[in-house]
Design a protein around this ligand. Structure first.
Ligand code: F6R
Length: 250
């Protein structure tokens, strides 16, 4: 089931997502989180940092997996997703760095890295709660339009629009944005126990309309979420502006 909640602000979404993380951490003995990168989860990570800081939450027993990674950036490159999670989450909470597994964007054998990643997720017992953003072209993880709905973790070529959208993290220079990445597949993402998608701003409105009201199709990978039994979509008014239905405003 897919539930849509329209929030007043990204901070508000961060608080609701913080509640979802806290619920999993309270319920599961060794919780496993799926962490997204890009700007959409930042309010969630701010909220987690706040809760750990005031001791209302601990991530000390939590393990985490990243959704995707650029190919060709070393893990200590500040623009790598691993470095972003170290900065945004590990550096500001009690989540141990050793409990975080990301895809190795510098792996010499990328196919072996992707197989090992799938195995690591399985060995951890699967992901309990997966945070997601969505691209303006409807990608989740880096599963670009045309990705099979049964895809697993694999290398992908980034769509020109995604590289353009992400140039803001590379001094505004699209040429610096890596052309390839490793990403969890759509089927991998759908195996998580619960999915939480965050989207803010009008540039996401069409992708959110497709996610909620469009037919499930490879053109809009985000529509695959409709096949998952437990999905919450947190959007601000701009990202939800093309929706005919919203289940609740919070
Ligand atoms: C990042 C990821 C991507 C982003 C998407 C939106 O780990 O998987 O799918 O969630 O590109 O990016 P932002 O949040 O920067 O708009």
């Amino acid at each position: 089931m897919l539930r849509v909640v329209v929030v007043d602000s990204p901070e508000h979404a961060g608080r609701l997502a913080g509640d979802a993380v806290a619920a999993v951490v309270g319920r599961v003995q060794r919780p496993v989180l799926g962490l997204a990168t890009g700007s959409s989860p930042w309010p969630v990570y701010d909220e987690l940092a706040r809760r750990v800081d005031d001791s209302s939450l601990s991530l000390a027993q939590t393990r985490a997996f990243l959704l995707d990674e650029y190919l060709g950036l070393l893990s200590d490159d500040p623009r790598s997703y691993r470095a972003e999670i170290e900065r945004e989450v590990v550096g500001r909470t009690d989540l141990p760095s050793t409990a975080v597994r990301g895809l190795d964007g510098a792996a010499s054998d990328v196919e072996a890295e992707c197989c090992a990643y799938e195995r690591s997720i399985r060995d951890a017992g699967g992901i309990d709660l997966q945070l997601l953003g969505v691209g303006s072209d409807g990608h989740i993880g880096f599963n670009e339009p045309g990705s099979p709905l049964d895809s697993r973790t694999r290398p992908m070529e980034l769509a020109p629009r995604t590289r353009q959208d992400n140039a803001r993290f590379f001094d505004g220079d699209v040429e610096q944005v890596p052309a390839h990445c490793l990403t969890q597949g759509i089927a991998t993402i759908l195996e998580a126990g619960e999915l939480l998608l965050l989207a803010f701003g009008g540039s996401k409105a069409e992708a959110i309309r497709q996610a909620v009201e469009g037919p499930v199709c490879e053109r809009w990978p985000v529509t695959a979420l409709q096949r998952h039994p437990h999905v919450t979509v947190l959007v601000d008014r701009a990202a939800g502006s093309l929706l005919e239905r919203a289940d609740s405003t919070a």
